[in-house]
Structures are given as C-alpha cells and as structure tokens.
Design a protein. Structure first.
Length: 378
C-alpha cells in the first residue's frame, strides 16, 4: 500500500538532532516528533526545531496513536527491544547502527520483520557517503577492473564518551567498514579470523567482558571471485585521529580513503606494461569526491554539505553539520520512500544482518585467540 504523507518520530536527541531538519524538510513528511527522556534536552530541541510532538519514552509515543514511522537514535543497548516494539506496533522502523550486538538479537529483529506491517531499515551511513557512492561508480564504469582486495579501519578515541561505551567490543561496531566492503565486493562475509590487540586499562574495561582496545580481522568473502578483506576497529588507547573509511583495490584502479578525515581521496590508475620497465606505470591522483544528489528531493540536496537550517516559524537558524560524507539526506530519502511506497528498504533485515553479523563473529574469534569461525547467514 502506498501513502502520500507520513509522520515521523525521532528517538534520541543526541545524533538524532542531525536528522530533524531532514524530516522537517522532506516533502512527503508531515509531522515530526521527538522521544527524549532528558526533559531539559527535550525542551531545548523541541523549541529550537518547532517539533509537532514530544515524549519522555518510546512507550508513551507508541500508545499515542500517532506516527507512521520511527527512527531510533537511542544508545546501542536499546536498539533490538525498541525495534521490536516499533514493528509490533505496526509502524515502520529505522534504526541507527548496529542492528544488534549479538547473533540472537539479529535473529529476533529478522523474525519480527518477517510478519511486520511496516518496513525495517538499518541506517548505515557508510552506504551513502560520497566516497562510497563514487567507488560504486568507479567499479560499475570499469575503472577499478576486477577487484582484488578490500580493507578499512574505524579508529575513534572514546575517552569522555558516555560510560556505557567503556569496554565496548570494537568489532561489535564494525558495520561502517564491513558495509562498504561487502557492497563493493557484492558479496557476503563467509568466515573470519580476528585478533585482539593491546589490553584495556582498568578505567576503560566497563563490565570486563571485552579485554581489547583494538581488534583486527581478516574476512573471507564469497563473491564470484574469492576475496579477502581486512578490517580494523579501535576505540581506546590508540593515538590515531578519527578515521572511518575503506580502501578498494582492483587490477586497473584503486581508491584509498584520505589519511586525514575530510581531505582528498586518492585514486590509482594502472597503465599498460610497456616492456621498457618492470611493473606497470601506476598514476596517483588526489580527487575531490563529487556529491551525488540527483536521487534526492530538491529540498534535501543542500544538506549533503554543512550549512544552516531555517526551522519553521520565526525561530533562529540552526547549524547543519552534514557528517558522514553527506549520507544523512540519502538515508532519510530511502527510508521515507520505502515507507510511503510500502516496500522493503534498501537496508532491510537480511542486508542489515549480513553487515552486522561479521563483526559480532569477529569478536567471538578474537576471544578465542583468532580461531577461524563461520559467519551465519540470516
Ligand atoms: N555514523 C553513524 O551511523 C552513527 C554516528 C553516531 C552515533 N550513531 C548511533 O546513534 C545512536 C545514538 O548515538 P548518540 O551518540 O546520540 O548516543 P547518546 O548516548 O548520546 O544518546 C542519545 C540520546 O538518547 C537518549 N536516550 C537514552 N536512553 C534512551 C531511551 N531508552 N529511549 C530514547 N532515548 C534515550 C539520551 O538521553 C540521549 O539524548 C547510537 O546507537 C550510536 O551507535 C551512529
């Protein structure tokens, strides 16, 4: 069933703030509401954006009889239960990553989507950032040739983050790297061997279930050509500035993520072996990766870059950050389009599971000293 307009509820006013202006600007979205347990934060955000509804809890919002679709941006530990509650209420559900932190959690969400009236979407920013969209273009235009290898790293210093991040197993948040790698390889991750590296200081250990500040994994992919992919995640005790990106290497061309976030990506292109030298000539170019806004409603296009937003009424303008490679408008476009079109989203439960399960199993491998483990298919 298709519907012309939907009302959308955003849950959590941390990262959730970055999506409010996008839903308010979307031509197929009517009302926009917020769930935020912190009363002071809720008041500030509802006033700043001129929102159409506010709740202290998701349960209050779901019993209100309002809202067609819900976008969860609450802390990770709530994702599975809140997804189940939203889907059971008959509404569509978008969830910030990760879908779950256990294989059982993935299975429960997958099972719930099977009988749900609404759709599910894992809001994986990495699948709509401009670098990924450009790499897909390079692959599909033949510029990469045959893909030979993929790698990536997410390194972020979580000192000073909310206490629930202490001791978080890095590979349970591997989706930002696993997603573009599997997307570019058009493959599933079949198996993984992962090692933990370093030892968390007592102040970073949380509940003690994860000893590692960093985990590094080798995945075997199952595409047409068997490929290996290396993924590294680190959250503590690593003096590396934030990076969250992938590299893809083909026999004709390669793309490497900028070593400094926000700088230019590097493209390598191989020329023909000319018989006069050993090895093919390989050129190196730094490029400004283009925005790809043609699929976005005109009202959302400006928001792939930082700027300002004019909320409804006479409210002061608000800054727009456009983090994560300009991906947020694309995620909102796809989720709203799936809900209004009555169709499955581009990152439904099966794809979300294929992106989330590899990191979960990688952490199991790290806890077993790097044993190669099979990744279940959902
Ligand atoms: N690139 C990305 O995809 C990306 C980037 C940042 C964060 N995230 C994800 O977004 C989510 C939110 O991240 P954050 O940094 O804003 O987290 P956060 O811990 O700062 O919390 C966000 C808000 O949720 C509220 N909250 C707490 N418990 C809640 C509950 N039970 N129901 C509703 N709201 C609740 C908090 O009061 C807070 O205002 C996380 O799951 C995180 O993993 C994803």
């Amino acid at each position: 069933m298709t519907i012309a307009m939907i009302d959308v509820l955003v849950v959590g006013a941390g990262f959730g703030r970055d999506f409010l202006h996008l839903y308010q600007s979307h031509p197929a979205v009517g009302a926009v509401g917020l769930v935020e347990p912190d009363a002071l934060v809720r008041r500030e955000v509802v006033d700043a954006y001129g929102l159409d509804g506010e709740y202290a809890s998701l349960d209050d919002a779901l019993t209100s009889g309002r809202w067609d679709a819900v976008h969860l941006l609450s802390p990770v530990r709530f994702h599975v239960e809140q997804t189940l509650a939203v889907l059971e209420s008959g509404r569509s559900c978008a969830s910030a990553v990760p879908m779950a932190t256990s294989l059982d959690g993935i299975a429960r969400v997958r099972d719930a989507t099977a009988s749900a009236a609404g759709c599910y979407m894992m809001m994986e920013t990495a699948l709509y950032q401009r670098e990924y969209l450009h790499a897909l273009h390079l692959r599909d235009s033949g510029a990469l040739g045959r893909i030979t290898y993929l790698s990536g790293a997410h390194m972020q210093d979580l000192d000073g983050f909310p206490p629930y991040w202490m001791g978080y197993a890095p590979m349970q948040y591997a989706t930002h790297i696993v997603a573009p790698i599997l997307g570019l390889a058009n493959a599933h991750a079949e198996s993984v061997a992962c090692l933990g590296s370093g030892e968390l200081l007592p102040s970073h250990r949380g509940d003690g279930s994860n000893p590692f500040p960093l985990e590094t994994a080798l995945f075997q992919l199952d595409g047409e050509t068997p490929l290996a992919a290396q993924v590294t995640l680190s959250f503590f005790e690593n003096a590396r500035a934030y990076t969250e990106g992938f590299n893809v290497y083909g026999d004709m061309g390669a793309l490497e993520w900028p070593s400094v976030e926000g700088e230019r990506a590097v493209i390598y292109t191989a020329g023909p072996q000319d018989g006069a030298r050993r090895g093919r000539p390989i050129s190196r170019d730094e490029i400004d990766v283009p925005d790809r806004v043609d699929t976005l409603p005109p009202e959302l296009r400006a928001y792939v870059r930082p700027g300002v937003y004019q909320p409804p009424g006479d409210r002061p303008t608000l800054p727009v950050h456009a983090w994560h490679g300009g991906s947020h408008p694309h995620l909102v476009r796809e989720f709203v389009s799936a809900v209004t079109g009555g169709r499955e989203s581009a990152i439904g439960a099966a794809r979300a599971a294929s992106i989330t399960a590899p990191g979960i199993v990688a952490h199991h491998s790290a806890l077993r000293g790097g044993r190669m483990l099979t990744i279940p298919r959902f």
